[in-house]
Design a protein around this ligand. Structure first.
Ligand code: UD1
Ligand code: UDP
Length: 380
């Protein structure tokens, strides 16, 4: 039987976390799938952390990361280098994820090579082309090129239909981030080594890296952190600082040497998941954390004005607070002061998946390529 040649491409930490369970699922069926992995290495250290955790050995590493590189350099490197990979691998389908520049340029490169693209986490939208920037347009481009749209939620299915994507190419699968989170919590000892957290304090976990927040917005977030720790001696703030220099310069300038504010290096995924579990409150502008934290029952304040992930906002676990210092401090203070208000936000909800999205994705692919593996997949 001719195997289905699948090339999975990603380049950043969140894509790796969300594609790892798809790769693991593909690898369960070596007689059906010829699975190859290409990393662009848009990220380096933060990507390698995930590669180690999930034990993924890439077949291609484009090694494109340059210090503080701009979007033009990033896009053109991926676009050109993927051409060579496609020529070598000649896949039946390329899998790309989400909304990074790796995803957009890989999709475009595959389109030029007339190779079908499967877009994992398709259909997220804010409908504001500059917010998040450049992710909104990255995912619009990837969606318009893709032949398979693996949508995580009903809302994303509707977004795709409203964008004119043919219904027959849209599949509601759930988000693979839940597959990854459940796998990690089950298979890796998640005991967070307590060099960071103080058991006598309530931990507030903070992450911020969005381009829209560079400069003043991030300064305002830092000011909110200062005010919160000064006012509340029972809390500490832990911030694994993203390696983007535009983030690090501001954060280390504003928050170094402040009592009960701990700036640490990006954590591996397993200890980070454990830290999310241990935290009292999470402040973030991350996409992935907005999806993971609700299933852990943590109140999340999103440091953005808009989100493409409205599901957990609707269920009340996630609140959009933007980057205004007063608004952030007031929102956090409210749930520090009121158990009732805290409880309202802290109920565990999981609108993003059931942990079986990756299995669905590969079944859809196998069925499409008319392999006889559907039966085998059911048996295994
Ligand atoms: C990228 C994605 C963003 C995603 C985020 C996840 C784009 C345009 N941006 O943003 O959508 O939410 O990843 O984290 O696709 N760096 C390192 N080591 C690393 C990673 C980054 O040193 O492991 C530094 C480098 O100087 C690099 C810079 O950070 O040039 C920016 O990296 P880049 O991938 O362009 O942007 P991110 O802000 O990480
Ligand atoms: N994450 C991690 N270590 C950290 C911070 C985040 O493993 O120190 C994980 C987090 O659990 C989530 C993903 O990285 O799965 C989110 O990545 P990021 O916030 O960089 O990108 P986004 O999701 O916003 O694109």
């Amino acid at each position: 039987m001719k195997k289905i040649k699948i090339l999975t491409v990603f380049g950043t930490r969140p894509e790796a976390i969300k594609m790892a369970p798809v790769i693991m699922e593909l690898e369960k069926y070596p007689l059906i799938f010829d699975s190859k992995v290409c990393i662009t290495s848009q990220h380096r250290e933060m990507l390698d952390q995930v590669m180690r955790l999930f034990n993924i050995n890439p077949d291609y590493d484009l090694d494109i990361m340059k210090h503080n590189q701009d979007l033009w350099t990033l896009t053109s490197s991926v676009l050109l280098k993927m051409k060579e990979v496609f020529e070598d691998a000649s896949p039946d389908v390329v899998l790309a994820h989400g909304d990074t520049t790796t995803t957009m340029a890989t999709s475009l490169s595959a389109f030029y090579a007339k190779i079908p693209v499967g877009h994992v986490e398709a259909g997220l939208r804010t409908f504001n082309k500059y917010y998040p920037f450049p992710e909104e347009i990255n995912r619009v481009i990837a969606d318009s090129i893709s032949s398979f749209h693996f949508a995580p939620t009903q809302k994303s299915v509707e977004n795709l239909i409203n964008s004119g994507i043919d219904k027959k190419n849209i599949y509601l699968t759930g988000n693979t981030v839940i597959d990854s989170l459940l796998y990690t919590v089950k298979n890796h000892t998640c005991s967070f080594d307590n060099d960071y957290t103080d058991k006598n304090l309530k931990t507030i976990l903070l992450t911020s890296h969005r381009r829209e927040n560079f400069g003043e917005p991030l300064e305002r977030i830092c000011n909110a952190v200062k005010i919160l720790v000064e006012k509340n001696p029972e809390i500490e703030v832990i911030y694994p600082v993203h390696l983007n220099p535009n983030v690090r310069n501001t954060v280390y300038n504003r928050l170094s040497n402040i009592e009960r504010v701990k700036l640490i290096e990006p954590l591996e995924y397993a200890p980070f998941a454990a830290l999310m579990k241990e935290s009292h409150i999470i402040l973030t502008d991350s996409g992935g954390i907005q999806e993971e934290a609700p299933s852990l029952g943590k109140p999340v304040f999103v440091l953005r004005d808009e989100t493409e992930r409205p599901e957990a906002v609707e269920s009340g676990t996630v609140k959009l607070v933007g980057t205004d210092t007063a608004k952030i401090t007031a929102s956090v203070q409210e749930i520090l002061d009121s158990e009732e208000a805290y409880r309202k936000m802290a109920s565990a909800v999981n609108p993003y998946g059931d942990g079986m999205a990756s299995g669905r994705i590969i079944k859809i692919l196998s069925a499409h390529f008319e392999s006889c593996c559907e039966k085998k997949l059911d048996i295994c």
